[in-house]
Design a protein around this ligand. Structure first.
Ligand SMILES: [Zn+2]
Length: 144
């Protein structure tokens, strides 16, 4: 997929944020998923749901309509079309993949599918969610 210079700059920033905070980037996990000995990067399902709901509401100014389900394995985080409004969170592929995949959804809904995936607006949404995830995770660390 062709990615604009502007989005590339934002994606670089996103990758930097993940790595600085001890997380794998979405690209790294994508690569690992292709290996025969794929070792999952586990995330907390409850926290993932909470973050998705929160960022959805902030971005679209309406309640998140999804019913979430917890999946594992090598799949994407994805919307189930056969069952209405089910969003499947894969808790084996790390925070960066969830953030990337979920921001695709918010981008799609916000612009009614009128903008290309991986455009600068999409990257900006992903950056915003990345910051929220990192903020939440660091708060949890402090509480322990
Ligand atoms: Zn993408």
């Amino acid at each position: 997929m062709k990615t604009s210079k502007e989005s590339l700059k934002i994606y670089k920033k996103i990758n930097g944020l993940w790595e600085e905070n001890g997380h794998k980037t979405a690209n790294t996990i994508l690569h690992e998923k292709g290996l025969s000995n794929f070792v999952p990067s586990k995330i907390d399902y409850k926290l993932a749901k909470l973050i998705c709901r929160q960022i959805y509401k902030r971005t679209l100014q309406k309640k998140c309509p999804f019913v979430f389900e917890n999946k594992t394995g090598r799949r994407h985080n994805w919307r189930t079309w056969s069952k209405k409004n089910v969003y499947n969170i894969n808790t084996d592929t790390g925070w960066a993949c969830l953030t990337h995949d979920f921001s695709h959804w918010m981008h799609h809904e916000k612009y009614n599918g009128s903008k290309r995936p991986h455009c600068a607006e999409h990257a900006a949404l992903e950056l915003r969610m990345t910051k929220l995830v990192i903020e939440k995770l660091s708060k949890l660390k402090q509480e322990v």
